[in-house]
Every structure is written in structure tokens, then in C-alpha cells.
Design a protein around this ligand. Structure first.
Ligand code: FES
Length: 121
């Protein structure tokens, strides 16, 4: 539904620097993979699409952080992204960041805002 909120997951599913939650959105008429992680106490969501080659980032489903738990890493060639902004901070992303999606945490739930969506996988 356009212009509304959509429940992604329970806030408790997102541990700081831990496993993310995958979901899908409808964007430009296509279903696209996305994910949300928790960093510095807040949820941050992005399209699951590397800035180098448009492949999904996670090396195991939901595993987006590098071993330092400070950056998001692409499992294909190791590009690093800042988990707050999605900006490229190293590797083959070459300045091309992730596409961020608006999310909010409220009453123990994490919602996607103002985006055309489809059901979670
Ligand atoms: S596809 Fe992600 S770094 Fe190359």
C-alpha cells in the first residue's frame, strides 16, 4: 500500500550489530530485496543491492555485518558500507552507497515508511 507503514519485524529481532531481517519491497514496478539491521541503537534499512554489482550483500541470509560488527559488507567482493548512512567506506563500491529505506521503531516493532511494499518472503 502506498504512503503507509508496513510492519517489518519485532524490534527484539534486531540485535546491535547482529543479524538483520530480510524483506521485500515493490519499487519501480519490481519486487526488490531489502534488509534492516540495528546499529547504534536504531534500525536502518537498505535495498539489498551492492553498489559495485547489483547483487545481494549477505553472505548468509541476514548476515550483513563484517567481523568488526561496525560495517556492512558485501559477501561477493568485500565492499564496506556504513550502517547508518549506507555510504561506501571501502572496497569496490567506489563511492556508490546503498539505497536507504525509511524505517521507524515504535512500540516494540519496526516499520517501513511510505514505500510500496509486498509481503515478506
Ligand atoms: S558485488 Fe559487492 S563488492 Fe563487488
Amino acid at each position: 500500500m502506498a504512503g503507509s507503514e508496513r510492519l517489518i519485524c519485532a524490534a527484539s529481532e534486531l540485535a546491535e550489530g547482529g543479524r538483520g531481517v530480510r524483506f521485500e519491497i515493490e519499487r519501480h514496478g519490481q519486487t526488490q530485496a531489502a534488509f534492516v539491521v540495528r546499529y547504534d541503537g536504531k534500525p536502518y534499512a537498505f535495498l539489498n543491492q551492492c553498489g559495485h554489482v547489483p547483487v545481494e550483500l549477505d553472505w548468509q541470509p541476514g548476515e550483513f555485518f563484517d567481523t568488526s560488527r561496525l560495517y556492512l559488507i558485501c559477501s561477493t567482493h568485500g565492499a564496506l558500507y556504513h550502517p547508518r548512512s549506507g555510504h561506501c567506506v571501502g572496497g569496490r563500491c567506489a563511492g556508490r552507497g546503498l539505497i536507504s529505506l525509511p524505517v521507524v521503531e515504535r512500540d516494540g516493532q519496526v516499520y517501513l515508511l511510505h514505500t510500496l511494499t509486498t509481503e515478506s518472503p
